[in-house]
Design a protein around this ligand. Sequence first.
Ligand SMILES: *Cc1c(COP(=O)(O)O)cnc(C)c1O
Length: 396
Amino acid sequence: MTKSTKDGRAKMGSRTRLVHAGRAPFENHGFVNTPIYRGSTVLYPNVEELYARRQRYVYGTKGTPTTDSLEEAWSELSGAAGTVLAPSGLAAIALALFTVARAGGHVLVTDSAYRPTRVFCDSMLAKLGVESTYYDPLIGSGISALMRPNTLAVIVEAPGSQSFEMQDIPAIAAVAHERGACVIMDNTWATPLFFPPHERGVDLAIEAGTKYLSGHSDLLLGLVSANADYWPRLRETYDTMANCAGPEDVFLALRGLRTMELRLREAERQGLALATWLAARPEVERVLHPALPDDPGHAIWKRDFLGSSGLFSVILKPASRKAVAAMLDGFDLFGLGYSWGGFESLVVPFDCAPYRSATEWKPAGPALRFSVGLENIEDLMDDIDRGFARLRAADA
Ligand SMILES: *Cc1c(COP(=O)(O)O)cnc(C)c1O
């Protein structure tokens, strides 16, 4: 540790925790950052120690000082009993689901879940003999009507992937816990900074570290944190699978961690500025951003969340596919590509209709998702303004 301790930091602010958590300079010759430890074999001083496996590090898959640094810091930030890492956000989702999966069981999955989560449920969980039921993200405590005696977990995500519905997570968690089910949340959008998952009733919280923890679009990483009830089961599942994150990616994530709040606060400011500007444009039907006061999810966001990040969606007024392509293809600053949370702005068109099963996705026009980066906001607005001109010209 640095001189401050985890307990000492408990009363301090999140920025202080991000700077100091998970670092042990004096275990590393005084160097500020934990270096990249690479390795499979860990040597034991004698056969007695080898039998006893008493030492802190026993084998590469079980952890290194580098992975410990990030896991400890993330647990501290999340208010978790423990955290394990995975090589991608999707691998973290799989790890959380494997932790609770049991043949003959059942899971409830929000219809607004990240699409690969659905694919995992419909393929891998189905093969393991676990049935999935999709539910309306706005269901709240109405989830009780869908709970079965064999329901293992309720999977929540707020706001919804691409579609940005807010979920009443404390209400859903209260019902799930009454019925002995685990609450699993994909918390990638808010991060633990803007939604402290375990305080709000989440048992297993997933973060795609690929997004805001990285912040630079240059790594793939997942994290799963657990409260005290689920931590032993999560750790055991991790040890059984040894689906390890790469040491360079973990090191880069630790670097990203130190500035995550600054970047996230800036993403929030930029996101709100752009979302507000877009909401007033004649080409826009509706902006999907829970921190905007007229968003249907705003009251829940305000009650449960401590901030908003720089990812939101927009429904355009009806326009042809060709016009949307003209708008997107001509952008100078907005890159066309998946993933988000980096320093650079991105946009993707999307359509939830083909895979929704509990709710209908029927927007008035084409849907776009923006990830706002750190560019000057006026330049981003100018880029979109020129894009709208191409959109109007193509359909004129
Ligand atoms: C990107 C994303 C993931 C997956 O992260 P990868 O590292 O790309 O596998 C999971 N959940 C959400 C909400 C995401 O946006």
